[in-house]
Design a protein around this ligand. Structure first.
Ligand code: M6R
Length: 604
């Protein structure tokens, strides 16, 4: 999703900061980039389709030592990824520049109105209406007032920055849903779509809330509502380590993020258990609130949805509280029925996924209690939900979610245990099992060399099936998403018992099938299903409870220590993530930024 960066300093040089800041936002996914500087009564502008390296070739000719500018990485929504459609966009006079994230829903009508008033457009974007509106409303004289007037005309979910060549010492930032954060430096201030853009410069930050604007100068940040009323805002310190946001020596962020999972699990569990029990308050909820829950409605997208499916099994088995899991983009338009006593639970790495946010807003409008399991502190979802449990996975940079997924499952497991206790159910002794996971995870990761051979074979295939039962089926769904997403291989996940109702017809000699068998109660049945596909010629690779490995008639086995079957998804996810990673590497794909995808999907 688009990345926004702005810099305004006493006398600093905006250009190198903006370029470096955009680099830090690369993980969000983009297809074009650009920078505008306010210099000598003019806007110096360079933009291009393609990656930042292409922009780097162009910016050499930009003026040095300019203390105010804005930059952007664009992920196309309106208009193809071309040089013209890249941001920043300017007004007719070329003295006002804007960058924008999100969607201006009424841009067609505004564009027509502006064209009738003599404005000339040079792109297909919705964004370009903003600088022209600013021009129309006197932005050359007073960009702040012009922003206030223009903003009243805009409909949609967006964030934008505006600079004027005539006022080269300030940036005006506007937030209407899409996130914007501000970094506070010594003799310069920063604006960006997320903290990682300026972490190398400062750890002091503040968040712009929905419906607010900020006038950012080198030595001050004035936050106000859109009518100009001053808003008090506390600054806070970001405790993320900058190295956490870098690759740490691995060739890809995804590999780094897979490998760091055992440590991250430790962080996620830290302080959340005591004496064999869950510390409920550390999940952002009280025991009384848990006791009152009659039903849970999970809303999420992609990998987070798959974590929700694991959570459903855990909560229903442990706490006997019914759980429905919905894809957020569907749920929001299905006129859902909210029963009293239902907790609406959103799961999200970014906390900015538009569909998931919309579900939470809908639930709140209906008077429901909302709860979020989120990774990103300060995200919109974290701030707009009634209660929050953070996953503490640290920044996840690769588009393919790995550590966010396993920590989401950990938090769901803790919640299931706490809920079981609050609802008066017998509480199985899973806490020690949870605390053992980091060590077991380390062990599994150190024994996965054999997966390279499988990945090499899989890299030459066009289709693969993932099968399992119960929790193993939920995990199969995540396994198939990973392989599609980064290796671009067609994959399907099937409940193993459902194969003979149709899918078995697709199995022929050499068809790869990844089978997951960690659910002891249904292991025999899963083995029968493996025999069915073997009999049709499938090549079967199995992620199995190590106690079963000798019984399995498969081509390759990845044994998993299953001390406690309910906790196995966290461990069994590791080989599935690695299989996808190495398959993508063998196919030569852009592992961290797969085609057509963005890390944070802030438009629906
Ligand atoms: O930030 P979120 O967890 O809300 O994102 C939801 C999905 O877009 C995300 O999980 C996506 O499916 C991943 N790229 C999958 O690896």
């Amino acid at each position: 999703m688009c990345g926004i960066v702005g810099f305004v300093g006493e006398q600093g040089d905006a250009l190198p900061f903006i370029y470096a800041g955009l680099k830090r936002l690369e993980y969000r996914g983009y297809d074009s980039a650009g920078i505008a500087l306010a210099s000598d009564g003019q806007i110096a502008l360079k933009k291009t389709r393609g990656k930042l390296e292409a922009l780097g070739q162009l910016i050499g000719g930009m003026p040095a030592g300019v203390p105010c500018g804005i930059g952007h990485t664009r992920w196309a929504t309106h208009g193809r990824p071309t040089d013209e459609n890249a941001h920043p966009h300017t007004d007719c006079t070329g003295t006002i520049a804007t960058v924008h994230n999100g969607i201006i829903e009424n841009f067609q009508e505004l564009r027509q109105w502006l064209v009738e008033r003599g404005h000339h457009f040079s792109s297909d974007t919705d964004t370009e209406v903003i600088p022209h509106l600013l021009e129309e409303y006197g932005g050359q004289e007073d960009v702040v007032q012009a922003v206030q007037k223009a903003e009243r005309r805009l409909k949609g979910a967006y964030a934008f920055l505006a600079i004027s060549a005539r006022e080269p010492n300030r940036i005006v930032a506007v937030r209407r849903s899409s996130p914007l954060v501000i970094g506070l430096g010594e003799d310069a201030n920063y604006v960006a779509s997320d903290f990682s853009a300026f972490l190398a410069q400062t750890r002091r930050a503040m968040v712009l809330e929905n419906g607010e604007m900020a006038v950012v100068t080198p030595d001050a940040v004035h936050v106000m509502d859109m009518a100009g009323a001053v808003q008090r805002r506390q600054e806070f310190t970001i405790d993320w380590d900058i190295r956490q946001a870098e690759r740490g020596g691995y060739p890809h962020f995804m590999l780094k993020e897979i490998m760091e999972q055992p440590d991250v699990w430790g962080d996620c569990l830290l302080g959340r258990t005591s004496g064999g029990a869950v510390v409920v308050e550390e999940l952002g909820i009280t025991r009384e609130q848990l006791t009152a829950i009659r039903r849970i409605q999970v809303v999420a997208a992609g990998t987070a949805y798959h974590a929700g499916l694991v959570g459903k099994a855990l909560i229903e088995r442990l706490a006997r509280v019914p759980v429905d899991v919905a894809v957020a983009s569907e749920f929001r338009y299905q006129q859902p029925v909210f029963e009293p006593g239902t907790l609406v639970m959103a799961i999200s790495q970014s906390g900015e996924t538009a569909d998931t946010l919309a579900c939470i807003n809908l639930a709140r409008q209906e008077g429901m209690k909302t709860y979020a399991i989120v990774n990103t502190v300060g995200s919109t979802l974290a701030r707009e939900s009634d209660a929050v449990a953070f996953t503490h996975a640290g920044p996840e940079i690769a588009v393919a979610s790995t550590k966010a997924y396993t920590t989401q499952i950990l938090v769901l497991t803790l919640l299931a245990l706490a809920l079981a206790e609050a609802q008066g159910r017998a509480r199985p002794d899973l806490v020690q099992g949870l605390l053992n996971l980091p060590l077991l995870g380390q062990d599994i990761l150190s024994r996965l060399d054999g997966i390279q051979t499988m990945a090499e074979r899989l890299s030459g295939q066009s289709d693969v099936f993932y099968i399992g039962r119960g929790l193993d089926y939920a995990l199969a769904m995540e396994g198939q998403l990973k392989i599609k997403e980064i290796a671009y291989i067609h994959a399907e996940a099937y409940a193993a018992g459902e194969l003979k109702h149709g899918t078995l017809a697709l199995i022929e000699d050499g068809t790869p099938v990844v089978a997951i068998v960690t659910e002891r109660d249904v292991a025999e049945k899963s083995i029968s299903n493996i025999l069915e596909v073997k009999a049709r010629g499938a090549e079967v690779w199995a992620v199995v409870d190590e106690k079963l490995q000798k019984e399995l008639p498969v081509d390759h086995v990845i044994p998993i220590p299953v001390l406690e079957p309910l906790l196995s998804p966290v461990l069994a996810a590791l080989p599935l993530q690695m299989l996808a990673y190495w398959t993508a590497v063998h196919r030569g794909q852009d592992v961290d930024q797969p085609r057509n995808l963005a890390k944070s999907v802030t438009v629906e």
